[in-house]
Design a protein around this ligand. Structure first.
Ligand code: GLA
Length: 384
């Protein structure tokens, strides 16, 4: 990691002909269980990954910020006072963070920024939240703002929702800020109370296998927004603030009050998924055998596939192949329509799980899935 930071600082010097004032970083994430629950004010159980985004930064004079990305191999000039809609592509994420802080009345100067990352882009592992959170933390330091990690996450989330225009929940940003090595994060997406629960898999002979399905995901934005609106409408018809307020015991009666089968299925997913997250959290917090969350991961996938309808053929095939190869549990993870699957397997079976998914893809003539190392890791921090 030290080498990566040195290399980034050196690139900064070469591009901007000056010293950065510091280097900050934030991780990507993978969600163990609890999808499409965050914007229903419910529960999630993600881990922060070891893959991170680093930024080196210095304030500059004038009206134009410059953001340079090593991965995109591109340098973008952005007006310091850019408003939502004015910036396209990856630069909207950092520009959105500067905008959100300005909205709060902070005098954000023009910036020189250099960005490097090991978080895969387009795999559904929250490379955007990693970038937003690294910059948000950097700007808080630069402006001497004493915000707690959840407040920083909320700035990053506003950048995503209001500047980039993606109507996401806050799971990704809260995870990037709060990540902890050897722990999953039990997040209450109403209070944003974050409780780290131990997740020491190698010590139990287990491994998390994350595979990028490499599905071209085109529908994500419109379908995500549609799911979100349906959930809100269901909550208001049921007279609750959010679907989080619907207890499993009240589900059956509640479903009879909804107008159509589609809405009933969406609600059933959210209510059952929240219950699964709470059960997994309780099990891990009590030091139980992580293998036991496997069946809940399987149920979560079935619910996302059949009730919430956000899976995709490559995700379903990967999950079925992983289960067939002896994984304790497997599910799609994140927003869906593509991205990754996460499987929990005996360490001794992990390679067999990957081989089974690879073989199932080959039989269908699909691109080989990419294995992504997944180790619960620390959250955003200043690293220099
Ligand atoms: C995306 C969003 C998150 C969350 C997940 C689904 O990753 O960014 O806020 O809603 O989808 O759980």
């Amino acid at each position: 990691m030290g080498d990566q930071i040195d290399a980034l600082a050196e690139r900064f010097r070469r591009s901007y002909r000056r010293e950065p004032v510091g280097v900050w970083s934030a991780p990507g994430r993978v969600n163990l269980i609890g999808d499409h629950t965050d914007y229903n004010e419910g529960f999630v159980l993600p881990i922060a990954l070891a893959q991170r985004t680093w930024i080196a930064l210095a304030p500059t004079t004038g009206a134009t910020s410059r953001y340079t990305s090593v991965q995109a191999d591109e340098s973008m000039a952005v007006e310091r006072e850019a408003e939502p809609g004015a910036v396209r592509g990856w630069a909207a994420y950092p520009a959105g963070v500067a905008w959100a802080l300005r909205q709060d009345g902070h005098d954000v100067p023009a910036l020189n920024v250099m960005i490097d990352s090991t978080v895969p882009v387009g795999a559904g592992l929250s490379s955007s939240a990693a970038l937003e959170c690294a910059l948000a933390l950097a700007l808080c330091d630069l402006l001497s703002l004493e915000l707690d990690p959840t407040d920083v996450a909320m700035i990053a989330r506003r950048a995503e929702n209001e500047f980039v225009g993606a109507p996401t929940g806050a799971m990704d940003q809260v995870t990037a800020m709060h990540g902890r090595a050897a722990h999953a994060l039990a997040i209450d997406c109403r209070s944003f109370d974050v409780r780290p629960v131990p997740l020491v898999l190698p010590g139990r002979g287990l491994e998390l296998v994350v595979l990028d399905s490499r599905t071209p995901h085109a529908l994500v934005d419109s379908e995500y927004g549609e799911r979100r609106r349906t959930c809100q409408e269901a909550a208001s018809r049921l007279g609750v603030r959010a679907l989080r307020d619907l207890e499993p015991a009240a589900l059956k009666a509640a479903l009879t009050r909804l107008p159509d089968e589609k809405m009933r299925r969406r609600v059933r997913h959210v209510v059952s998924e929240n219950a699964r997250v709470l059960a997994c959290t309780g099990l891990l917090a009590a030091g139980g055998d992580p293998r036991e969350i496997g069946s809940m991961m399987n149920d979560s996938h079935a619910s996302l596939r059949d009730d919430f309808e956000v899976s995709a053929p490559r995700l379903d095939v990967a999950v079925t192949a992983a289960q067939g190869a002896g994984a304790a549990g497997a599910r799609m993870t994140g927003g869906g329509f593509g991205g990754c699957v996460v499987a929990l397997a005996e360490g001794s079976r992990a390679d067999a799980v990957v081989a089974a998914v690879t073989e199932a893809y080959a039989q269908r003539g699909w691109e080989r899935p990419t294995r992504i190392p997944a180790t619960p890791s620390a959250g955003a921090a200043r690293v220099r």
